[in-house]
Write a protein that binds this ligand. Structure first.
Ligand code: RFL
Ligand code: PHB
Length: 390
C-alpha cells in the first residue's frame, strides 16, 4: 500500500497537465494510465489551442516548444459552396489561436513528467475508486497481474469518456445530458502542404468539410460521413475526390493530395454529466463532457476543468481553504455549457443531414449569411473560437 495526495486516473492531456501543474506547486500525485505512452501518443486528435491552454502550458514550465513550433492563427475561413468569407479573430477579439497538435502537447507533458521522475503507472487494469464520499478515499488496480492500492486525499477522474470515474458516481446523484448527431467525421493526416494558411470550415451541398493542419508540411483534412462508415470504406482517392468537391472552388484548385498516414472516423456527440464532483472525486475533461469537434473545443475544455481543479487544490493545500474545491463543479459546468452551446450551434450550421427539411436548410443558410454580414455576430463567433474567459 502506498500514499499520495492526489491519484489521477488517466494519462491523457487532462491527467498529465494536472499532474505537472501540481508538481510545480509541490503537490504530489500518481498517474494511472490504462495504455502505454506510445499508444496514447498514436491517437491523432485535436489541433487548435486556445490561449488559456497555452497559458497553462507556460505555467507548467513547458511552453517553449509550443511557442517555437506552433502556428499562430489570426482568423478562420467559413464557406458556403464557393462563397467564402473570413472571420478575423485579432480584429474582433484582440486574440488568436495556436495550431499545435494534441499529440505534441501530450508528448511535451510526458517528457517533462518522465524527466522529473514523476510516478506514472502504465498498462493499469481494473481501476476502482473506493470511499470517494468519505475523507479517506483509496484506489485499487492491477499491473502485470499484481494488485495494488493507493490511499489519497483526492481522486481526479481524467480517464476520458469510456473511463471508470464517471460511473463511480451513483446514478441517484448523477444526471447525464446527451445529443448524438446522425453523422461522423472521417479524418486523414497527410504529408502534404495545407490547402490554405488558415483553417477552412466548408458547408457544401454534399456535406461538411474541414481543411486543417498540424504544420506547413502536414495537413489534417476531414469530411462529414455517416457515423456507421469505417475508415476502410474510404480509399485515399475517394477521400480526396470528396474533399475537393466540398471546398470552395478557389481553394479546391490549390489542393495538393498525397497518401494518408492516418485515417479514422469519429462519431459526433454532445454530452455533459452533472455534478462533476462527488465527495473527493473530481471529474475532468472527456470523463465529464464531450463536444462535437466543430470549433475544436474538446481538448480546450478538458484543460479548462484542469485549471479550476488545480486552483482549488492549490488553495486547499497552500491556504487550508476548501472553497475552490467546493465550487469546482459549478464553476467548471458554467463554462462547459457555454462551450457545449457553441459547438452544437457551429455543428448545426455547418452539416447537412438526409432528413434536413427545406425550411431547415434555409435557416442554416440564413445563419451563415447573417454571420457573413454582421460584425457583432462575427465578434460573438470569434470570442467563442479563441476561448471564453474563465
Ligand atoms: P482522453 O484524451 O480520452 O484521455 C483519457 C485517458 O484515460 C485513459 N483511461 C484510463 N486509464 C486508467 N484506467 C481506466 N479505466 C481508463 N480509461 C481510460 C485513456 O487511455 C486515456 O489515455 O481524455 P482527456 O485527457 O480528458 O482529453 C480530452 C481530449 O482528448 C478530447 O477532448 C479531444 O481529443 C476531443 N477530440 C477532438 N477535440 C478537438 O478539439 N479536435 C479534434 O479534432 C478532436 N478529435 C477527439 C477527436 C476525440 C476523439 N475521441 C475521444 C474518440 C477525435 C477522437 C477520435
Ligand atoms: C484538427 O486540426 O484536427 C481540428 C481543427 C479544428 C476543428 C477540429 C479539428 O474544429
Amino acid at each position: 500500500m502506498t500514499r499520495s495526495q492526489v491519484v489521477i486516473i488517466g494519462g491523457g492531456p487532462s491527467g498529465l497537465l494536472l499532474a505537472r501543474l501540481l508538481a510545480v506547486r509541490g503537490i504530489e500525485s500518481v498517474v494511472l494510465e490504462r495504455q502505454t505512452r506510445d499508444y496514447v501518443l498514436g491517437r491523432i486528435r485535436a489541433g487548435v489551442l486556445e490561449r488559456g491552454l497555452v497559458e497553462l502550458m507556460d505555467e507548467a514550465g513547458i511552453g517553449a516548444r509550443l511557442h517555437r513550433e506552433g502556428l499562430s492563427h489570426d482568423g478562420v475561413v467559413l464557406a458556403r459552396g464557393d462563397d467564402a468569407f473570413r472571420i478575423d479573430f485579432r480584429e474582433m477579439t484582440g486574440h488568436s489561436v495556436l495550431v499545435y497538435g494534441q499529440t505534441e502537447v501530450t508528448r511535451d507533458l510526458y517528457d517533462a513528467l518522465e524527466d522529473a521522475g514523476h510516478p506514472i503507472e502504465y498498462r493499469v487494469e481494473d481501476v476502482e475508486i473506493h470511499d470517494a464520499d468519505t475523507d479517506t478515499p483509496h484506489v485499487t488496480y492491477r499491473v502485470d497481474g499484481e494488485s495494488r492500492r493507493i490511499d489519497c486525499d483526492f481522486v481526479a477522474g481524467c480517464d476520458g469518456f469510456h473511463g471508470v470515474s464517471r460511473n463511480t458516481i451513483p446514478e441517484s446523484v448523477r444526471r447525464d445530458f446527451e445529443r448524438v448527431y446522425p453523422y461522423g467525421w472521417l479524418g486523414i493526416l497527410s504529408e502534404t502542404p495545407p490547402v490554405h494558411h488558415e483553417l477552412i470550415y466548408a458547408n457544401s451541398d454534399r456535406g461538411f468539410a474541414l481543411a486543417s493542419m498540424r504544420n506547413p508540411h502536414l495537413s489534417r483534412s476531414y469530411v462529414q460521413c455517416p457515423s456507421s462508415d469505417r475508415p476502410e470504406d474510404w480509399s485515399d482517392d475517394r477521400f480526396w475526390a470528396e474533399f475537393r468537391r466540398r471546398l470552395p472552388r478557389a481553394h479546391a484548385d490549390a489542393l495538393v493530395t498525397g497518401p494518408s498516414i492516418e485515417k479514422s472516423v469519429a462519431p459526433l456527440r454532445s454530452f455533459v454529466t452533472e455534478p462533476m464532483r462527488w465527495g473527493r472525486l473530481f471529474l475532468c475533461g472527456d470523463a465529464a463532457h464531450i463536444v462535437p469537434p466543430t470549433g475544436a473545443k474538446g481538448l480546450n475544455t478538458a484543460v479548462s476543468d484542469v485549471r479550476y481543479l488545480h486552483r482549488g487544490l492549490c488553495r486547499y493545500y497552500e491556504q487550508g481553504e476548501s472553497a475552490g474545491l467546493d465550487s469546482y463543479s459549478q464553476d467548471a459546468l458554467a463554462r462547459v455549457w457555454k462551450v457545449e452551446r457553441f459547438s452544437w450551434w457551429f455543428s448545426q450550421i455547418m452539416h447537412r443531414t438526409d432528413d434536413q427539411s427545406a425550411f431547415d436548410r434555409k435557416i442554416q443558410l440564413a445563419e451563415l449569411d447573417f454571420l457573413r454580414g454582421n460584425a457583432d455576430a462575427q465578434r460573438a463567433m470569434a470570442a467563442n473560437y479563441v476561448g471564453l474567459p474563465y
